[in-house]
Ligand binder design. Sequence first.
Ligand code: SAH
Ligand code: SF4
Ligand code: F3S
Length: 442
Amino acid sequence: MKMNKKYLITTWGCQMNEHDSEKIEGILNSLGYIATSDKEKADLIIYNTCLVRENAELKVYGNLGELKRLKRENPNLIIAICGCMMQKEEVRLVIKEKYSHVDLIFGTHNIHKLPELLEDHDQKKNMLVDVWEDNEEIVEGVPTKRKYDFKAFINIMYGCNNFCTYCIVPYTRGREKSREPEDILEEALKLSKEGYKEITLLGQNVNSYGKTLDSKLTFAQLLHMLNEIDDLERIRFMTSHPKDLSDDLINAIKTCEKVSNHLHLPFQSGSNRILKKMNRRYTKEQYLSLVEKIRKEIPDISLTTDIIVGFPEETEADFEDTLEVVRKARFDSAFTFLYSIREGTPAADMENQVPDEIKHQRFQKLLDTLHPISFERNKELIGKTVKVLAEDFSKNDSTKLSGRTDTNRLVHFKGGDDLIGKIVNVKILKAKTWTLEGEIDV
Ligand code: SAH
Ligand code: SF4
Ligand code: F3S
């Protein structure tokens, strides 16, 4: 046991990475390490990295550079890096050449091997690199130190087989694999018994859940199963790929009372020509009719999305198609990205990359179109009473709590810490573009 050794872990990237970090913390705690937020006091610093866009990558290199001084002052400090960046050979070469103060490199597929890796490094003391291309097996039973005690992530699948041409994730996370429903159910039941109110099911494309299972259970069937767990109050999930969204899933969201009325449905681009080059396998028309169907079946659903601006060859006319989808679908909110070249993906080699200046102009126009719609949609809630899971004190006003509605909107309201982790009724009084304000309604 490493009694009282202190670790600090920093995480970049998506919820998949956040949850992986919870597993790394669980493993370290089981080895006797304790967490610290002070890097000067840490015996072990871990960076869990992301490769999805260039700026995520640059941040990691910047931070690694700064660790040189710490390592000089404390030669016993162990610096470990893991996560999606490490899956790429070129990145590992850069680390070996320019960041030789790093002690340990591991990947996304062998987190469970961390105890052995630390042990090995302890004995040899030189830079240890162990990255697996993929892992056939899903490893169960990894200890997990969860960030919250009322909401939790549950992996339902790993990897991605979609190979959207801009995206690095299939190369960093390997082939799609679904977790056995019994294992998911067991984890959800355990969490509910421990008092967790909300679970978020994680997968790069949850709609294709079950395809690699002998039972061929579908995602909709999985939701129906989880909806039966008495003590759970909310079930969220992400992400859904439009090409695989079934009527059964729409029906499951509609009929399962615990499943949130929220769908994150990335459309990326509104232009059929660009969608084809992205290998998204749906058209603008199919996406819009899907949205229409969903809104007809579940009128109060919240729809959010991801949009990429400036994919290679995108013209003004293509971009206008994207704006048209935004106006017609009326998203509650959206994550917007400037297209970022990822070496190793097909789009990186495409001709006619869009100049940065044009990307930025379109990006601004996109935000100008999205924001008033988000504001309008938030205003529609004024006067209504909604259920909010109180999560923490508000960052700007410590007399207020912040929490999320069933439809994933952020709400601020007056309240004390006794309410944190509870679902409360809040009457909405005021709307802004990204947040709502309300008061407890008893
Ligand atoms: N599996 C999820 C999300 C994966 S990454 C899905 O398919 O929806 C999250 C988002 O990052 C993507 O939806 C996409 O909008 C964006 N993204 C991925 N690669 C990108 C790139 N090279 N440049 C800019 N944005 C990118
Ligand atoms: Fe990337 Fe596409 Fe897979 Fe999402 S579905 S992770 S965007 S390849
Ligand atoms: Fe997530 Fe980034 Fe990896 S978005 S899957 S952490 S490349």
